[in-house]
Design a protein around this ligand. Structure first.
Ligand code: HEM
Ligand SMILES: CC/C=C\C/C=C\C/C=C\C/C=C\C/C=C\CCCC(=O)O
Length: 528
C-alpha cells in the first residue's frame, strides 16, 4: 500500500513544472470553480499532511516525547536532531569537524556584487515578508536557539503587541481603535515617548522622532517595516469605522475584538492570494477558502518548526541601498530611520518600494549588515544538530546525488565540496542558500517544498478558519465577512493612503523601472 501510494504521489519537480507552465490550461482550470476548488483542496491537504500535527519532536530529544506536544516554549522540529553519539555532526556522512562558520560565511554567503532578484520581485515584497514572518519567528535567545516566545502562528501579534499589556497600551479605548498621531497630515502610530511601556529595541543613537511605539519591538529597525505597521494600524481603525456604521450600539471592546478578527482574516487572504501567489509563481490561482477543509480531516493547531525559521532567513532580498523617489540612501542611512516614511509620505514611499528590485535568494548575496545573521544561523543550526540539507530532500523523495545537481554554479559546487566533502554532509542553511533556482521561480526547490507545507498548515489552521468561527457573525455580519473575503494588497494600501490616486502597489517591479541590463525571459513583468 505504502509503495503504491509512493508511486502515485506526484514528483515535486513534475508538479512544479506543470504549475509554472501551460498557462492556457490553468486559465481554463481557474475559471471553472469546481475544478479550481478541487485542486485547492488537494493542495491544502497535500501540503498540510506533510507536517506532523501534533508535533513529534523538539530540539531537546531526537525521539518522541510528550513535551514536544505540551511545552510551547520550544520550536517544533521538521526532522529530529542528529543523535549526539553519531560519528559525524551530520550523522554518518560528511566531515568529522565542520568548517569554521566564519569561513562558511566568507566563502558562501558574503556579497561581493549585488545580485538582483531574477523574477524582479520588489522591495515591497521583501518588506511584506519580513513584517509578516516576525509575528511567529521569535527565537528566545536567553533560553537558546531551540526556544521561542511567540504564539506559533498567524496571531497578528505584530500589529497588536506580544501580550495583553502591550495591546492595551496601543489601544485608544475609543471606538475600538488603536492610538495614532497626525504628522505631515497623515496618521501614524504614536511616538514611544507618548506611550511609555511599549517595548521597542533600538541600537546606537536613535533620535526621538524615529522612535515609534509599534506592535513588534524590531519594527523600528527598517522604514519598510514601519510603513507596513502604519498601514495595518490605519486598516484596523478603518475597519472599526465600518463596523461602527453597521453596529452603532457596539462598545469599544466589541469593535476592537471584531476588528482584530477581521485583520487576521485579511492578513491570511492577502498572504495566500497576493504573497504566496507571487512566491509560487504558479499559473494556478491559489485561493483562501477555509470552507473547503470543513468536510476533510484537518487539525486546527500549528507549531512553528526551527527549520522553518532558519529557512525563512531571506536576508539576500535586502539591497545595499534604497532609492526613495530618486534619492539613494545607503543602508546605514536607512536603518532606524522611520521618519523617512513621514518625510516622503506613505504614497511616495510605497511607490518607491514597488519600483526597486530586491536581491536574489542565492549564494554569495548577503549584504554586509546581515552576514552576522548568517553566521548566527550556521552556528545555531549546529547547536540544534540539524540533519544535513540532503536529508530534508530525501524526506520529500527528491535527494541530490552530487554537488553539480545542487547548484549550477561550478564555483559554488566546488566550494561546497571542499567545505563539506560529501553531498550528504552539507549543512542545512548552506545547502538551502546554494541551491539552484527552480524553473520560473525565485527560490531553490527545497524552500518551496518545505515552506509550502509549513505555510499552508500555519495559515489554514488559524482559529478563524475552523467551522465554528468561519461565518459572518464572527466578523460582525456580512460587512465584516466581506472585508475579509475581498481583501487584497492593493486595497490594503489604496484604502489607507490619502489622496485620490493610488501609488504603484506591486510585488513585481514594472518594466520601466528595470535597468536594461536586467531584462529577463519568463519574468512576470514581461506579461504586464
Ligand atoms: C536589512 C534588513 C534586515 C536586517 C538588518 C535583519 C536583521 C536581523 C537580525 C539582527 C536578526 C537576529 C539574528 C540573530 O538571531 O542573531 C534577524 C533574524 C531574522 N530575520 Fe532578519 N533582517 C533583515 C531582513 C530580513 C528579511 C527580509 C527577512 C525575511 C523575509 C528576515 C528574516 C529573518 C528571520 C526569519 C529571522 C529569525 C527570527 C527569529 O528567529 O527570532 N530578515 N534579522
Ligand atoms: C505560521 C506560518 C504561516 C504562514 C506562513 C505563510 C506564508 C509563507 C509563505 C511562503 C513560505 C515559503 C515558500 C512557499 C512558497 C510557495 C508555496 C506555494 C504553495 C504550495 O505549493 O504549497
Amino acid at each position: 500500500m505504502q509503495r503504491l501510494r509512493r508511486l502515485l504521489k506526484p514528483n515535486p519537480e513534475t508538479l512544479h513544472h506543470l504549475l509554472v507552465n501551460y498557462k492556457w490550461l490553468w486559465s481554463i482550470i481557474n475559471s471553472v470553480t469546481f475544478l479550481s476548488d478541487s485542486l485547492m483542496t488537494f493542495v491544502y491537504l497535500l501540503r498540510s499532511n506533510a507536517v506532523d500535527s501534533p508535533p513529534l519532536y523538539t530540539s531537546a530529544h531526537e525521539y518522541i516525547t510528550l513535551e514536544a506536544s505540551y511545552n510551547l516554549s520550544y520550536y517544533a522540529r521538521g526532522l529530529p536532531a542528529v543523535p549526539t553519539d553519531c560519528p559525524t555532526p551530520m550523522g554518518i556522512k560528511g566531515k568529522r569537524v565542520l568548517p569554521d562558520p566564519k569561513i562558511v560565511v566568507e566563502r558562501l554567503f558574503k556579497r561581493t556584487v549585488f545580485k538582483p532578484e531574477p523574477m524582479h520581485s520588489s522591495l515591497l515584497l521583501a518588506y511584506f515578508a519580513q513584517h509578516f514572518i516576525h509575528q511567529f519567528f521569535k527565537t528566545d535567545h536567553q533560553k537558546g536557539p531551540g526556544f521561542q516566545w511567540g504564539g506559533h502562528g498567524v496571531d497578528v501579534s505584530h500589529v497588536y503587541g506580544k501580550n495583553k499589556h502591550v495591546e492595551n497600551l496601543l489601544r485608544s479605548f475609543q471606538d475600538g481603535k488603536l492610538k495614532t498621531q497626525v504628522l505631515n497630515n497623515e496618521e501614524y502610530p504614536p511616538y514611544q515617548a507618548d506611550v511609555p511601556g511599549v517595548p521597542m529595541t533600538w541600537m546606537g543613537q536613535v533620535a526621538d522622532n524615529n522612535k515609534f511605539a509599534l506592535g513588534h519591538q524590531f519594527f523600528g529597525m527598517m522604514p519598510g517595516l514601519f510603513l507596513y505597521a502604519t498601514i495595518w494600524m490605519r486598516e484596523h481603525n478603518r475597519v472599526c469605522d465600518e463596523l461602527r456604521r453597521v453596529h452603532p450600539e457596539w462598545d469599544d471592546e466589541r469593535l476592537f475584538q471584531t476588528g482584530k478578527l477581521i485583520i487576521q482574516g485579511e492578513t491570511i487572504k492577502i498572504v495566500i492570494e497576493d504573497y504566496v501567489q507571487h512566491l509560487s509563481n504558479y499559473h494556478f490561482l491559489v485561493t483562501f477558502k477555509p470552507e473547503l477543509l470543513h468536510t476533510e480531516v484537518f487539525q486546527y493547531q500549528n507549531r512553528i518548526a526551527a527549520e522553518f525559521d532558519h529557512m525563512y532567513r531571506w536576508h539576500p532580498l535586502m539591497p545595499d541601498e534604497f532609492n526613495i523617489s530618486g534619492v539613494v540612501y545607503p543602508i546605514m542611512e536607512f536603518i532606524f530611520k522611520s521618519d523617512l516614511v513621514v518625510k516622503y509620505g506613505t504614497k511616495v514611499f510605497t511607490d518607491s518600494l514597488s519600483r526597486q528590485i530586491a536581491g536574489q535568494m542565492t549564494a554569495r548575496n548577503h549584504g554586509f549588515l546581515t552576514q552576522s545573521v548568517a553566521l548566527d544561523t550556521i552556528e545555531n543550526g549546529r547547536k540544534l544538530r540539524f540533519q544535513p540539507y540532503n536529508n530534508y530532500r530525501k524526506n520529500l523523495d527528491f535527494p541530490h546525488t552530487k554537488f553539480s545537481e545542487l547548484t549550477d554554479d561550478p564555483e559554488v559546487a566546488a566550494t561546497l565540496e571542499e567545505l563539506y566533502g560529501d553531498i550528504d554532509g552539507v549543512e542545512f542553511y548552506a545547502g538551502l542558500l546554494s541551491e539552484k533556482r527552480r524553473e520560473n521561480n525565485m527560490f531553490g526547490a527545497l524552500v518551496i517544498e518545505m515552506g509550502g507545507p509549513f505555510s499552508v498548515k500555519g495559515l489554514m489552521s488559524t482559529p478563524i478558519c475552523s467551522p465554528r468561527y468561519w461565518k459572518p457573525s464572527t466578523f460582525g455580519g456580512d460587512v465584516g465577512f466581506n472585508i475579509v473575503k475581498t481583501a487584497s494588497l492593493e486595497k490594503l494600501f489604496c484604502k489607507n493612503i490619502p489622496g485620490d490616486e493610488c501609488p504603484l502597489i506591486s510585488f513585481v517591479v514594472p518594466p520601466e523601472n528595470i535597468p536594461s541590463s536586467e531584462k529577463c525571459e519568463n519574468c512576470k513583468n514581461d506579461e504586464l
